[in-house]
Ligand binder design. Sequence first.
Ligand code: MRU
Length: 353
Amino acid sequence: MASATIYPVIWHDNKVKLIDQTRLPQRYNVVEISRCEDMAQAIRTMIVRGAPAIGIAAAYGMYLGAREIKTSDRHKLLQELDRIAQMLRETRPTAVNLFWAISRMLKTAYETLGTVEEIKATLLKTAQTIQQEDLETCQAIGDHGLSVLPKTSEKVNILTHCNAGSLATAGYGTALGVIRSAHRENRLQKVYADETRPRLQGAKLTAWECVQENIPVTVITDSMAAHCMQQNKIDLVVVGADRIAANGDTANKIGTYSLAIVAQAHNVPFYVAAPFSTIDFELSSGQQIPIEERDTAEIYHLGNTNFQLQGAEFYNPAFDVTPANLIAGIITEKGVIKPENLLDYHTNLRIKE
Ligand code: MRU
């Protein structure tokens, strides 16, 4: 297994340190967070972003909130924790990992019998466990992803969208985890990183991560993907996910759906890499996934230019849903699963447990 070198969330000195992802790649800034309100704001403003990373950040947010509650009454603590959980849930709606991590923290609090101080200590441990598990999960996803690489002696070119790398997880990444594992095994020619309008996570974050680790990367604008496939430059597409419905429909960064259509038109296999915590078995299809709409200024503010035009409207959905039939497989920590087999796989797992 390869080790991770970039950690977007670090627990140190009784504080959470976040790499400020709004400043990369120009500036490597670390922001210190000691209060749950500041953690909520960091998630909302995307100082920390990416589905698993916001889950981890929210888990620490729950602990930061808990430690400020001045009571020895267990009931009062739990009541306050419910309020903090709700505040953190309201930060971003699409990535299910956020809700998953908050629920796990709440469950821990409710199930811990003991004093208020013991509950607080267990909450910190649980946040650290969620983080450590995610790191191991990503490494497993990366290694399972090796099985979907085309069986040729040639090295492969992989296209990815947005950033599903170390920065978006505890470390190592999901889609970029597959790419890291391919690079480690000497199977990677290069990564094509979609720029990913409007916030440019591909051009700014994926490219930055690759450069840190000498992974060959070429940035293209989103509209160039079809041309690159037509020119046979892409062997496979691997993207991350924010929420996967039980039928395999997958919400990911806006532009993923059109990429999947383009990949199908060119016979390029299209894979999603995600941990099981990204699968929402409560939703039967992607139509039920809530799609975040962000401030339209993200579209018309480009660097120092503001091209907002009086009379023109702007629309800024942050995610879209790729139908399961366009997805060749979902690369998880348990192996590669065809979207149509997801529910059966889950049911069998639960029967065995
Ligand atoms: O808006 P963002 O930057 O949080 O969106 C991130 C993505 O869409 C990622 O692809 C997804 O969260 C998977 S991260 C492993």
